[in-house]
Design a protein around this ligand. Structure first.
Ligand SMILES: Cc1cc2nc3c(=O)[nH]c(=O)nc-3n(C[C@H](O)[C@H](O)[C@H](O)COP(=O)(O)OP(=O)(O)OC[C@H]3O[C@@H](n4cnc5c(N)ncnc54)[C@H](O)[C@@H]3O)c2cc1C
Length: 387
């Protein structure tokens, strides 16, 4: 879990896979460099853990801070050292070889060392916080943000999320109707200035407002703590799916119509990732101590994923419990390749067995996908019956 090597000229850094993203960023800061992408869980997430997480699929992996500019983590790797299930140590530097171990949920090999592409600290940085009164305005602004050259990170939240934060004593601008959008614009001073002005103008045209820069700076400082709202639960049922930003307004409407009515707390958080997509995280605050009621609300996760799929998107992440989504996340070709890679690199099935391409139960057999659909359907029925 240490930094091994760094090249300012080559713009890369090499570190042990157990190093946290935050440690690498701290090291780079002192050298006048910065990470290109990192997860918002950077204080605790390791290089190997995030690179292995499936995110948007095999070869791509997760998206996070920086992904609107640099794409998913898979596009930001210059090398990997991996130990396969056969005990071989592979030193990989070709993108097509590296891809076999990115977004694979760790089932093809154990990553031991990582060479990351890095960036020089930008000459100019401006953070902007704007509002949009409705979903159509939010879509227009998100599409513009996704197309801008200098946007490094951008996210948005609906007014319910801000109300929940305020009620929990967390930072949130007051009195926002509709949506709050944050963008960090980074690069050469001229591009940053002109794109910031463009965004401000467009915000006015959408009927929104530009909030003070001090508020925008606070939003940036809070970017690593998206789960603090969980205190409002104590459990949060969170969907996580990708959808094209050109469908954002319709997707938001579908999510709202799926949300429970009454006093249930629910809200939406979104991140702008590599164009043309956004990542949506609808959240329903629940209480896992309430047995059947809580179980019934799990059906929402599938319903949210289905909304993403209907609009040309896909679920985000596979792991263990969501292995039923593996084909939707990796695509049929990616899924077939992952199965073939598993046979090639880990024929004895010793690395992360029963994950990623199947949901193996503790009884040793893989649960068939129809069982998942059936149980989600059953839980959905309970929900509709008001359990
Ligand atoms: C607050 C919060 C914010 C988050 N933000 C983001 C985000 O912005 N973007 C995003 O995509 N995800 C995000 N996540 C989820 C994200 O996947 C994890 O936070 C992060 O990737 C986990 O890293 P970890 O080191 O804890 O790995 P773990 O959770 O320990 O492992 C993740 C997977 O990788 C495998 N693995 C771990 N290490 C290795 C290795 N060295 N070699 C091979 N396989 C390995 C594990 O077996 C497991 O399958 C967030 C989660 C939280 C709680």
């Amino acid at each position: 879990n240490q930094i091994h090597d760094f090249s300012a000229d080559g713009e890369w850094i090499e570190a042990g896979a157990g190093t946290t993203w935050e440690n690498v960023e701290r090291y780079l800061e002192k050298k006048g460099f910065s990470l290109r992408v990192y997860p918002t869980s950077m204080p605790a997430a390791t290089l190997g853990g995030w690179i292995a997480s499936s995110g948007s699929g095999l070869g791509a992996g997760g998206s996070g801070v920086g992904s609107v500019m640099y794409g998913p983590v898979g596009k930001n790797l210059a090398g990997l050292e991996v130990v396969t299930g056969l005990g071989e140590i592979l030193n990989l530097s070709e993108p097509e070889d590296i891809a076999d171990f990115v977004g694979a949920d760790g089932i093809t090999g154990f990553i031991t060392k990582v060479r990351l592409k890095i960036r020089k600290k930008p000459a100019s940085v401006r953070r902007t916080l704007i509002t949009a009164p409705d979903a159509e305005g939010a879509q227009r602004l998100v599409e513009a943000i996704g197309a801008m050259k200098s946007v490094y990170f951008a996210q948005f939240e609906d007014a319910s999320m801000l109300e929940i934060k305020t009620s929990l004593g967390l930072h949130a601008p007051l009195g926002v109707k509709g949506f709050l959008l944050f963008a960090s614009l980074e690069g050469d001073a001229e591009t940053v200035r002109s794109e910031c002005d463009q965004l401000k103008k467009m915000t006015g045209e959408c009927g929104g407002k530009t909030l003070p820069e001090t508020e925008a700076q606070k939003e940036w400082e809070e970017r690593l703590y998206p789960m603090r709202v969980k205190r409002g639960g104590p459990t949060v049922i969170a969907g996580e799916f990708m959808a094209p930003s050109s469908r954002l307004a319709s997707v938001l409407k579908d999510v709202y119509s799926e949300f429970p009515g009454g006093a249930a707390k629910r809200a939406i958080h979104g991140v702008v990732i590599e164009a043309p997509d956004v990542m949506l995280m609808p959240q329903i605050f629940s209480d896992e101590r309430k047995g059947l009621k809580f179980l019934a609300s799990l059906a929402y996760v599938k319903r949210f994923n289905d909304i993403g799929l209907r609009h040309g998107g896909q679920p985000y992440g596979v792991g263990h419990l969501n292995a039923f989504n593996a084909k939707a996340v990796h695509g049929q070709a990616g899924y077939d390749r992952l199965k073939a890679l598993k046979k090639k690199y880990d024929p004895g099935d010793i690395i992360n067995p029963g994950k990623g391409i199947e949901h193996r139960t503790r009884f040793g057999f893989a649960a068939p996908p129809f069982l998942y659909n059936l149980s989600m359907f059953g839980l959905g029925l309970f929900r509709r019956l008001g359990v």
